[in-house]
Design a protein around this ligand. Structure first.
Ligand code: FES
Length: 193
């Protein structure tokens, strides 16, 4: 059974995100919607039987966050942003690579986003984008390098996990982060940074 999840203002997640958008002036309530982590909904247990009853259930969602304008991204020039929060290891980059990539968005499926923390021991990959190979690295600690055209898989180095890829959606000219594929270094749960 599919249910449309609404917040206390009666808005769906998409409507709430649109209401928040990327404006600077938001109320505390809208900020909480925009970073919405946990929503309580009512679901029917044992539907269609004499034991059917409504019970509360909590779902945890990634926030939907505006990242950048598609039209303002310059090829091979990464743009930095934090996601899914402002805590440790939340630094990421979005880049238009000019070549089709796994998970890429935009008309040419060439816009991707990745976390900057090396999956080996958390070395920062900030500033290490290589336009020739469409990769991040080498990590300054132990030289791991990741392929951004193939979901951040390891090319070489000490790491053994792919770089977490930020899931993107495009709405008009706006790029939104909507989730993460992979576990951010240093976290047991991406949403408990
Ligand atoms: S921390 Fe990056 S390779 Fe070790």
């Amino acid at each position: 059974m599919s249910q449309e999840v609404k917040n206390e203002s009666g808005m769906t997640r998409k409507e709430a995100a649109k209401a928040v958008g990327h404006k600077c002036l938001v109320s505390r309530r809208n900020f909480l919607i925009g970073t919405g982590v946990t929503t309580t909904i009512m679901i029917t247990m044992n539907a269609g039987t004499s034991e059917a009853k409504e019970v509360p259930a909590q779902i945890t969602e990634y926030p939907r966050k505006f990242i950048a304008k598609l039209s303002e991204l310059k090829e091979d020039e990464p743009f930095d942003f934090n996601y899914p929060d402002e805590s440790d290891y939340s630094e990421n980059m979005v880049v238009k690579m000019g070549v089709k990539a796994g998970g890429g968005v935009g008309p040419n499926q060439d816009v991707v986003a990745f976390n900057y923390a090396c999956t080996h021991q958390g070395g920062s990959l900030d500033g290490s984008y290589k336009k020739d190979t469409k990769s991040l690295g080498a990590c300054p600690l132990h030289l791991s390098t990741y392929d951004l055209t193939r979901h951040g898989i390891l090319i070489s180095g000490q790491a053994y996990q792919s770089l977490p890829q930020i899931l993107l959606e495009v709405e008009g000219d706006d790029i939104y982060a909507t989730g993460i594929f992979g576990l951010i270094y240093g976290r047991k749960d991406n949403l408990q940074g």
